[in-house]
Design a protein around this ligand. Structure first.
Ligand code: 13P
Length: 251
């Protein structure tokens, strides 16, 4: 069965005391949401402290990036097994900020996705077009290429153990949310593309929307048939907002 999910992507925000304050407010409020997946993806240095705070709660722990390599001389990198050591269940791969600011190609993203799954982490695979690409009318082409890069290397069945996040770059951190219909159209396109290769995997695939999701627009986005929740940036740092967005999953 398809699962709904809300995941926070804290990006490079927070500190020990802010994190504790945020999670102490969120955890009890979300305790009743037992049918959905909930997670926070935190900066590497805070994995250990957040792991302890999340112990015995229904909030899963995730990281925001991972090396495609198992181990070795890769200064500054963090491996899948290191993330597992700290109780991570999820890892974001292919976030547009990494694709654009750190030149991560779709091929590297696919390698990270494969590495994550090999180590039993669930990759949250991000795809999305820039404003320029949308205006040029090539949104579907861009999404298809990003999906294909992963499917070609990892196989379509691998999506049975992954989560997709559609994050239009023009909606990230801009306050400009995609309309529910705009998002729905791309989500449906992603699901149909997967369905051509494996309809069961497509039906069960959780596809999140990310990009300026707020407490005020979460319900209408999550009400769309192919939108299974959200990957939340800015609003995941504000306890009341993250709680309201999670509750908008409506379980
Ligand atoms: P915002 O919610 O801040 O727009 O960020 C979205 C995002 O990039 C989540 O990964």
């Amino acid at each position: 069965m398809r699962k709904k999910m809300v995941a926070g992507n804290w990006k490079m925000h927070g500190n020990l005391s802010e994190n504790e304050q945020l999670l102490t407010a969120i955890i009890p409020a979300l305790n009743e949401l037992r049918n959905s997946l909930l997670a926070v993806c935190v900066p590497f240095p805070y994995l250990s402290s957040v792991q302890h705070l999340l112990h015995n709660t229904n909030l899963g722990l995730g990281a925001q990036n991972v090396s495609q390599f198992e181990k070795g001389a890769y200064t500054g990198e963090v491996s899948v097994s290191m993330l597992s050591d700290f109780g991570c269940k999820y890892v974001i791969v292919g976030h547009s900020e990494r694709r654009m600011l750190y030149s991560e190609s779709s091929s590297v993203v696919a390698d990270k996705y494969i590495a994550a799954q090999r180590g039993n982490l669930i990759p949250l695979l991000c795809v999305g077009e820039t404003l320029e690409q949308r205006e040029a009318g090539i949104t579907q082409q861009v999404i298809q290429e990003q999906m294909k890069a992963v499917i070609d290397k990892a196989g379509v069945d691998s999506l049975g153990k992954a989560i997709i996040a559609y994050e239009p770059v023009w909606a990230i951190g801009t306050g400009k949310t995609a309309s529910p219909q705009q998002a729905q159209d791309v989500h449906a396109f992603i699901r149909q593309g997967v369905s051509l290769q494996n309809s069961n995997v497509a039906n069960d695939l959780t596809i999140l929307y990310g990009g300026s999701v707020k407490a005020s627009n979460a319900s209408e986005l999550f009400a769309m048939p192919d939108i299974d929740g959200g990957l939340i940036g800015g609003a995941s740092l504000i306890a009341d907002d993250f709680i309201a967005i999670s509750r908008a999953l409506n379980n």
